[in-house]
Design a protein around this ligand. Structure first.
Ligand code: CTP
Length: 397
């Protein structure tokens, strides 16, 4: 787990700072040591005394603390940790780091560190959605800083939406994933999962029966092997796994946009059941029932995300894995699909109702590569995912 790992935990000033106290406990329970740093405003929300008592360590607050400088300079403080975690990360601190400012201990440490950084943002929903915050977060992601959350929900300020800090256990899972020492450490993988919803009007949509179970299991398995996973999911029945970056989408076009934004990556696994068609002219108001006149829906084709990514001339992931849901001649159809789409592997399964696979807990797959078809026995979806993740790790070595 986390035994022997050292976390430099920067607590900035937000109401969510109370959750950082629990985070410290959870980390220490798992064997990690926590060196706490608080910004000036953090101590308006939790006391340095509580933080220090829970961490079993001195709290660092001041850039010009002569005592600390004599024992260990602040630059050094930022480098001895295995991971720097900022929880909560306020809009102010995110903005400082994005802008290259270093005028207090927290921002100076973040500037001076050569260690990986994970941020758990927490702020009012309007602040989170503000273009400047979104711009800063995108900049920091581009610089290699990882994020967990924020989650959507009721906020201390009475509003609802994204901005709530991730729960302590979600942050722990993200930390474990960052520090996981598996064969996929340092590899970035994009996973699509779940169905897509294609709107007909504001209240109706076209969907399919995908539960998202197989894609979720794959993302979990890849993260457990140390991969940095971007999990692009349609509205699925199962909850996303811990320790991955979740991008929630509705339609095929949103999914394509999210996948493109997540690239470059070392591998892409397209497990989503993307709707092949969307309604051509989505109605902006609810279609009313008219006696004697049935509505006629005209369709147009959705972008094929797997084919687009497989056929990228620039920046194609080194390994692209697609899925094929078939009801007849599974190997023949899936082999042709691999050729047609241009992906490296196709994981094919028989989704005839009699198999109970679609929406069920088990899967029986055939993995089709350049070398031919490899038939796997029927097993649980997590077991399929674990085996596939091992195979992906071997291919990316
Ligand atoms: N896929 C995709 N974008 C689409 C349709 C499918 O990325 N618009 C991906 C799926 O995620 C899956 C693979 O393509 O990895 C195969 O999807 P499937 O629906 O089985 O194949 P189709 O190309 O739609 O072929 P058909 O429906 O004719 O079997």
């Amino acid at each position: 787990m986390l035994s022997g790992k050292s976390i430099l935990l920067i607590i900035s000033g937000g109401i969510a700072a109370y959750k950082s106290l629990d985070l410290i406990r959870r980390l220490r329970e798992r064997g990690a040591s926590v060196v706490p740093v608080m910004t000036g405003s953090a101590s308006e929300f939790v006391t340095p005394m509580s933080v220090s008592a829970l961490a079993g360590e001195k709290v660092h607050t001041d850039l010009f603390d002569l005592g600390t400088e004599a024992e260990m300079g602040h630059i050094q403080l930022s480098r001895v940790a295995d991971l720097v975690v900022v929880a909560p990360a306020t809009a102010d601190l995110i903005g400082k780091v994005a802008g290259g400012l270093a005028n207090d201990l927290a921002s100076t440490l973040l500037m001076a560190t050569d260690t990986d950084v994970l941020m758990a943002p927490a702020m009012n929903v309007r602040m989170w959605e503000h273009p400047s915050v979104q711009r800063n977060v995108a900049l920091l992601k581009g610089d290699g800083i990882a994020f967990v959350g924020p989650n959507e929900g009721d906020m201390a300020c009475g509003e609802f939406g994204p901005g709530r800090m991730a729960e302590p256990m979600e942050i722990v899972a993200a930390i474990e994933a960052k520090l996981a020492d598996g064969p996929l450490k340092g590899k970035r993988v994009v996973v699509t999962s779940g169905p897509t919803h294609e709107p007909i009007d504001p209240v109706r949509y076209i969907a399919n029966r995908s539960s998202g179970a197989q894609g979720t299991a794959i993302a979990r398995a890849l993260a457990a092997l140390g991969a940095e996973v971007v999990f692009v999911t349609g509205p699925a029945d199962v909850a996303p796994p811990d320790g991955v970056e979740v991008v929630a989408v509705q339609s095929a076009r949103e999914m394509l946009e999210a996948v493109e934004a997540a690239l470059p990556a070392d591998a892409a696994v397209m497990a989503a059941a993307v709707a092949d068609w969307r309604v051509k002219s989505e109605s902006t108001s609810k279609i009313k029932k008219v006696k004697g006149a049935l509505p006629v829906l005209e369709f147009e084709e959705n972008p094929d995300i797997l084919a687009r990514v497989s056929q990228m001339s620039d920046g194609r992931p080194g390994l692209v894995v697609g899925f094929a849901a078939e009801t007849d001649d599974v190997v023949g159809n899936a082999t042709a699909k691999r050729e047609r789409k241009g992906c490296d592997w196709i994981v094919a399964n028989d989704v005839s109702p009699a198999t109970g696979i679609m929406g069920g807990t088990e899967n029986a797959v055939v993995v089709i590569t350049e070398g031919g078809a490899d038939v796997w026995p029927r097993m649980g979806k997590q077991a399929v995912a674990d085996k596939l993740a091992e195979r992906i790790a071997a291919a990316l070595l």
